[in-house]
Design a protein around this ligand. Structure first.
Ligand SMILES: *Cc1c(COP(=O)(O)O)cnc(C)c1O
Length: 720
């Protein structure tokens, strides 16, 4: 856009334009503009700038803009955005040029980009969101495809007894930064997917994530039966039938949407198996357009497909019985000329075993030339788990490599920490964040400055926690005396340990509760105060997870622990941001090797917190003995309860022998925990460059996208 045009836009128009591209959400300056307009409303409206701006008339905004001197800040932000969108000097222009004009198509069932777009349930979605943000920052040509869940996942409320209640807010599309996607000639996109009992239709929304476009399919259209209109209402909300229909819409419908919009992807990336039907539509198109046989078209399509697996347990993979499979895949199987009886084999380890149910992960493997796990250890586990797919190869030769997950730095780094980075790291560190030399400078931070910055972030977290607890107390109508208590929860001087993640059983949120007596000793030592903050959602159908949540809640009500163990409701990206930026220690105790990677601890690293974790997922390759703490020694036992007991003992030992003494070992002169701060620095310096999403996306470009798009071939199994 010409500069003269830029100058003619009003303050309101510029803010509105910024609000409609999610780029704003990883720009601290733009976030602070919205906040400064009205901090209270901004927080109340869940940081959603679309609804927030609607609260003001253009005149009111002009006035407010003069009051808090916004004009030059908005002009600057707007100009930076324009430059960002049009820049031709990106990493991708230099290193991914061979991908040409045809983008990578990235498929995922969930995308966690910002709390105002509740299209995610946990780590998988946040990872996908971070992937898009880094692809945008790096200038990697990529379009993304997902589903639009009008009721999102769910909001979590914890009732007076500590039981989880699910609330499904109905998200109006007009309140989000989304717009109808258009075909090249300007029409709305409506796709159709056949089943044996009639077609399913979906409209398509577009979300702008910096330079990346995300397309979300939505079945709430009048062409559908009333039942199907609700098909995409909820993420992971229905039975197996809803599940296969959602996945049909995602894979086949999503590919048709891309075609309708004129995209010819140079490669396809499936983030987990939910989208594994997508290659089938690519195969069909090759057969129709170029006259290839099914076998030829499968080979050619597989060459262009990359698959990332995330699930290290056999039971965690989507499987469908014959009835559901035939009803939904029958039509396309007929079009492919192999019939459902032929297609079903692509979803079986042994194609001819009639007792094997159709598995999405197997389909994804068989349709992809390149496949990867999400950490080194997960690679080992995945190769072992899928040996049956390559019966003539030894375990080391199974072609599943790994690309370890990373987090998007600008999204998770606190602005206060960012200022520190700006001072000690080289200029332009944020566009070179995958290089170790760039992070070496963190050693130069003055200990006092790092400590004070961290303390101020911890204070922010405590304030945030008190507000959330107060909000809950008000909702439940608790007596004033109890509301009062909320304003004194948690102690800024105490060693603050955070634990937040989905309450999936393998994550063992209650591991530290196995020995309540020792926990009591740890928490009630007034010379060395320690406190815990818990948060996390349990899947609506998982009563076991809800029971764990309730046990933690009951502990928070115990007079001995009151105010020292806190359970915050509704874990989302906003709460995650506060937690990872403010805790001293991030606790992670999954049952090894079930945490494929984990990413929340990586967010903590960026902000100077220390990880205390089982040697599982990313931590198994990250821990060097001095950049955090390890629970256990990486050994596992076949009996879960024996392993849980051992890990619980190891956890309390680490806390008592290492974490707590180190934290309270203060320097006589300035009162700083010298050794602790040295560890904080080491954590940032040794881990920041490796476990960030820029490095991750660069790895995908070099080891998956470029080979898939026809550049240099390279097997991921050979990767480090
Ligand atoms: C980062 C993140 C996760 C993933 O955390 P893990 O520890 O990897 O399970 C889940 N939920 C939210 C909201 C997150 O921000």
């Amino acid at each position: 856009m010409a500069l003269s045009q830029t100058c003619q836009l009003s303050l309101y128009e510029k803010l509105d334009a910024l609000a409609r591209n999610l780029w704003w959400c990883w720009q601290p300056e733009v976030v602070s503009i919205f906040r400064d307009i009205d901090p209270v409303r901004w927080a109340d409206l869940d940081h959603n700038p679309i609804v927030f701006l609607r609260e003001f008339t253009p005149e009111q905004l002009e006035n407010r803009g003069r009051e808090v001197v916004l004009h030059s800040r908005v002009n600057y932000a707007y100009r930076r955005w324009q430059e960002y969108m049009s820049s031709k000097h990106t990493w991708g222009d230099t290193h991914a040029g061979v991908l040409g004009h045809n983008p990578i198509a990235y498929f995922s069932a969930e995308f966690g980009i910002h709390e105002s777009l509740p299209n995610y349930s946990g780590g998988l979605g946040v990872l996908a969101g971070d992937h898009l943000k880094s692809a945008s920052d790096l200038g990697v040509p990529l379009v993304a495809v997902g589903l639009f869940y009008q009721e999102g996942y769910f909001s979590q409320q914890i009732d007076a007894t500590g039981w989880q209640r699910e609330v499904y807010p109905y998200v109006q599309s007009s309140r989000l930064a989304i717009k109808p996607a258009k075909t090249p000639d300007g029409n709305h996109v409506l796709v159709q997917v056949e089943t044996r009992n009639g077609p399913i239709y979906a409209q398509v929304w577009q979300v702008d994530v910096g330079r990346v476009k995300l397309f979300l399919l939505d079945c709430n259209v009048e062409q559908n039966t009333p039942e199907d209109r609700k098909l995409t209402a909820r993420l992971y909300g229905g039975d197996q039938r809803i599940r296969i229909r959602q996945e049909l819409v995602l894979g086949i419908g999503g590919t048709r949407a891309l075609t309708a919009m004129g995209y010819q992807p140079c490669a396809l990336h499936m983030n987990e198996g939910h989208s594994a039907f997508a290659p089938l539509e690519f195969i069909r198109m090759r057969m129709v357009n170029d006259g290839h046989s099914f076998d030829e078209a499968l080979l050619m399509t597989a060459w262009r497909c990359c698959f990332t697996t995330h699930t290290p347990v056999p039971a965690g993979h989507d499987r469908f019985d014959w009835g559901l499979f035939e009803e939904h895949l029958g039509p396309i199987a007929d079009q492919l000329g192999i019939g459902p009886g032929g297609l079903v084999g692509l979803g079986r380890v042994d194609p001819n075993n009639p007792n094997e149910t159709f598995c999405m992960t197997v389909l994804a493997f068989k349709c992809s030339r390149r496949a990867n796990a999400v950490s080194n250890l997960h690679g080992v586990v995945s190769r072992r788990m899928w040996t049956g797919l390559w019966p003539n190869r030894s375990e080391e030769e199974i072609p599943i490599g790994h690309i370890t997950n990373g987090v998007h730095v600008s999204s998770w780094l606190a602005p206060q920490m960012r200022n520190l980075y700006d001072r000690v790291l080289p200029l332009e560190w944020h566009v070179r964040s995958g290089e170790p030399e760039v992070w070496a400078g963190f050693e130069n931070v003055t200990p006092g400055e790092l400590w004070e910055t961290h303390q101020s972030l911890k204070n922010r977290l405590i304030q945030f926690a008190r507000n959330r607890m107060l909000r809950r107390a008000e909702r439940l109508g608790l007596p004033d005396s109890e509301k009062q208590e909320m304003s004194t929860l948690l102690d800024p001087e105490a060693l603050t340990i955070g634990f937040a993640r989905r309450f999936a059983p393998y994550k063992r949120a209650d591991l530290v509760l196995r020995d309540v007596e020792t926990l009591g000793k740890i928490i009630c030592d007034s010379a060395h105060p320690v406190q815990f903050i818990f948060a996390g959602k349990s899947h609506p159908a998982d009563d076991y997870g809800k029971a764990i949540l309730q046990r933690i809640f009951q502990l928070t009500q115990d007079p001995a622990f009151k105010g020292k163990i806190v359970l915050l409701e509704d874990y989302d990206i906003n709460l995650a941001r506060h937690l990872v930026q403010g805790v001293d220690v991030w606790l992670n105790n999954p049952r090894r090797p079930l945490e494929a990677s984990g990413t929340s601890g990586q967010k903590v690293v960026l902000n100077g917190g220390l990880n205390c974790s089982i040697l599982d997922g990313w931590w198994a390759e990250a821990y060097d003995g001095q950049n955090g703490f390890a629970i256990g020694n990486g050994h596992t036992h076949v009996d879960d309860s024996i392993q849980d007991d051992r890990d619980a003992k190891s956890l309390t030992r680490v806390l008592l022998d290492q974490v707590i003494p180190l934290y309270f070992d203060r320097n006589q002169e300035d009162g700083l925990p010298e050794e602790w701060i040295a560890r904080m620095k080491r954590s940032v310096r040794t881990l920041g460059w490796r476990f960030n999403a820029d490095r991750m996306v660069m790895d995908y470009v070099n080891h998956a996208y470029i080979p898939a798009a026809g550049g240099v071939s390279c097997s991921m199994a050979r990767m480090s």
